[in-house]
Design a protein around this ligand. Sequence first.
Ligand SMILES: NC(=O)c1ccc[n+]([C@@H]2O[C@H](COP(=O)([O-])OP(=O)(O)OC[C@H]3O[C@@H](n4cnc5c(N)ncnc54)[C@H](O)[C@@H]3O)[C@@H](O)[C@H]2O)c1
Length: 377
Amino acid sequence: MNAPVARSVSIVGCGFVADLYMRSLAKHPDIAVTQVFDRDPERLAAFCKHWKVRGVDSMARFLGNLPAGALVLNLTNPAQHYAVSKTCLESGHHVYSEKPLATEMDQAIELHELAAANGLLLSSAPCSVLGEAAQTLAKAVRDEVAGPVRLVYAELDDGFIAQAPYKDWTSDSGAPWPADDEFAVGCTLEHAGYYLTWMIAMFGSVRRVVAASTEAISDKPVTGTPDFATATLFFESGVTARLTCSIVASHDHRIRLFGDKGVLQVKQSWDNSAPVKFHRRTTMRRRLIEHPFGKRIRIGGDTHPKVDRWGAAAMNFALGPAEMLDALAQDRPCRLSADFGLHLTEVTLAMQNAGEDGCAQDMTTRCDPIAPMEWAT
Ligand SMILES: NC(=O)c1ccc[n+]([C@@H]2O[C@H](COP(=O)([O-])OP(=O)(O)OC[C@H]3O[C@@H](n4cnc5c(N)ncnc54)[C@H](O)[C@@H]3O)[C@@H](O)[C@H]2O)c1
């Protein structure tokens, strides 16, 4: 495997999320941003001015500047992920792609094969699975705090986004929130990964997806993509989960794991510091109740750098790239493996594309559960 010559990253796509990456990378002073490129010259200029990073004016120049085995962060729009990642992999560079890895499964498979053939790492966002809340929850599951987990409910409802003041949402360097692209890509491709990654990390591969999706609001600025999807996920390990994504129902980002002794719960998926709580089940006056406040579960000691809350999120977007650089430096497998990213993509697409008659879909890809971070063992 090619190791990068320095602990650095280069960025393609300098839009809304790139600013969140820069905020996160600022918490990792050991990682340098070597160069950035955006095909929109005005956006590139605004980004470089704000963050004082070196911009290049073409993809050819961007690739030409890179030493073999560099790490490229692909932060372009989803429709561009496949083409940009392919070019970078073909040029001999490791790729960390924003989600989804690709918008079509055959494209995701091609990227996976290309990375394997060239001995390169290919990882897909999101990386909150490496964060404190997800790692604490996974440890609580391993420790059977709630006993064996029988069922999981995960909600990724973002509220009635079509009525949100999203035209006022701009990033640090002035990029508008790309509403049209978000509506066109859809909340499932955009967000299912936030809890799918946690569940796959804890319970391993999904064996079967039974999903349905629809467009509940057909008079949004951009239409034609499901704004609601729900799925029952049957994991190889025997756990069953229900995952819902929408930009219609009231904001609800809870994950609840129901076990024999009670419920493990996290209320915020986009906050690395979100409390993980255990609500013990007991009987009181002949009624079965779960403790209303719950007991907070903590991992002692230092975990990882935290970023300040920005908008709805307090997520460190650099945890994924940092994990890739660590894996390369230590010559060990990357926790966000290409298998993991491919499986995540297959399950997400099964939900998004289910429609009204998606029925049962047997997954063709698989991956192993993710090894816990050292600080979470
Ligand atoms: N907006 C968010 O809050 C958010 C949060 C997490 C993840 N994401 C993900 O981040 C990715 C980017 O989203 P965004 O919100 O930053 O979008 P954006 O439209 O604000 O930015 C994307 C940028 O990529 C550039 N670009 C597109 N194709 C390119 C190409 N081929 N070469 C060079 N530059 C190219 C565009 O010019 C644009 O500036 C998406 O995959 C999205 O799912 C977004």
